[in-house]
Design a protein around this ligand. Sequence first.
Ligand code: NAG
Ligand code: NAG
Ligand code: NAG
Ligand code: NAG
Ligand code: NAG
Ligand code: NAG
Length: 418
Amino acid sequence: MLMRIVLVLALATAAAQPSNSTYYGMYKATSDPIHTTYPFLTELLGNLPTDNNCPNLTCACGTQGRTELNGTHGFGSEDHFGVHTVEAAGVNGSRLRASGAYSLEEIEAIWGAALGEMDAYDTFLDNHLALWAPDLAPYVERFQAAAVPALGLRWAFRGERYASLLVHVPKSQVVLELISQTAPPGVRQRVRWVAVDEVRHRFEDGPPAVAAGRLEPLHVSRFAADLDVIEVFYDRVLGEKPSAVDFPLDEADPTSKRLVYGGPGSFTPDVALVFVTRAEPSNRARSASWFQRYAVAVGEHYMRNYTDCWPVWGDDRRDNHVAVQMNRVTPGAPTLDDVVANLDAMGWHLHHPFKGACKAPGDCGPSDIYLMDPSGWTTQLVSPVGFKNTTLPGADVDSGGLSGYCFEFCEHLRAPCE
Ligand SMILES: *[C@@H]1O[C@H](CO)[C@@H](O)[C@H](O)[C@H]1NC(C)=O
Ligand SMILES: *[C@@H]1O[C@H](CO)[C@@H](O)[C@H](O)[C@H]1NC(C)=O
Ligand SMILES: *[C@@H]1O[C@H](CO)[C@@H](O)[C@H](O)[C@H]1NC(C)=O
Ligand SMILES: *[C@@H]1O[C@H](CO)[C@@H](O)[C@H](O)[C@H]1NC(C)=O
Ligand SMILES: *[C@@H]1O[C@H](CO)[C@@H](O)[C@H](O)[C@H]1NC(C)=O
Ligand SMILES: CC(=O)N[C@H]1CO[C@H](CO)[C@@H](O)[C@@H]1O
């Protein structure tokens, strides 16, 4: 029998310091958001459209499906936690083509083939956004009516029983995990349920109180083959240690492991960022670890330095990434300049920074770094403190607004890579 090792670090000691960070959303690159993710998120999930979508979700050089969760807190122009999808095609589709050897559509088809009818758990499902739902019943009904397959997981944490409903938004890289303690029997009978040993979310303060019909963000999860690399990366870049380590995550799989970054004192206190690894089917060429290698290879190909082409992955304030406002209250918390120095010391060039500037007083763009981590997914670090004038000479400038996605980061497109 394996011993489950659960380390919960730093939560108690750091809690005295307000971290003052705000987590403000999950964003995904998606082909055709108008017809895929946007109707799913608004009609089946009940998200609100954001008020800064382009008319008809159609911008000059891209299309959008930007939504938000009513009743949650957000950041800046976003009133609520954002769940955005976008096809930020760029001038003449130049950014869209910067996706490596496969197009966005082809990548989405690979996800679709792996997840299929959601008959069984697959490591692609470890790339998800987890939301608390007061009751799973309305979502089961709507997913069934729309013929969207879902997988149910039953699990427990500290003696409390929970149910997770996993769905893959068709033709996208968006996976949602709705977690609840309420799944009425009539509804339960209509979903394939699997009892799992693993804890899907650590409710350190117990299940949240959320009004009927509301959804509350819990965590964003990413698959990575080697979590030691992730742990070293976030330690060296942000001085962050995981707030919890679950190892093994699942007693039946001695390789399974999860790192949790979240809770008071972490860089993302409100919504956790978690990394998962586990055994993958050996007979599949294109698995979640394949996708991880692919995304990192695409980053390596296009992002040779901080002014280079910004590929469609993790780019654009708007694609495969999470966005976090950096702590600016705790003394000694890293600044954007510190992050740049740490990345330089590591020789890690898979990032694209923007220096914030103002078009007019009060109409400013943010200073931020879009940082692809070794999982192949991006974390957008935003800080109102900005960069020192001397940091990152020649970096791109964001003076606010979406610019209709007509950026020209990749006008000098090079040959795609695998
Ligand atoms: C939005 O799309 C509808 C239907 O295609 C069209 O009738 C309308 O003119 C469009 N509105 C704008 C602002 O483009
Ligand atoms: C969002 O929530 C507020 C507060 O409960 C409510 O008044 C409002 O109608 C909701 N908005 C929509 C569009 O549902
Ligand atoms: C976009 O296409 C137009 C028309 O072919 C061309 O004139 C323009 O130079 C292109 N712009 C870029 C950035 O590729
Ligand atoms: C980034 O690389 C490109 C292509 O080699 C080069 O033109 C550019 O000057 C470099 N930028 C920086 C900031 O090093
Ligand atoms: C940054 O430095 C440049 C070059 O010395 C100078 O022209 C510019 O005014 C400085 N900007 C700020 C905001 O200090
Ligand atoms: C988002 C947030 O909580 N911002 C607060 C961070 O702390 C400063 C200083 O205490 C406040 O002014 C901000 O409102």
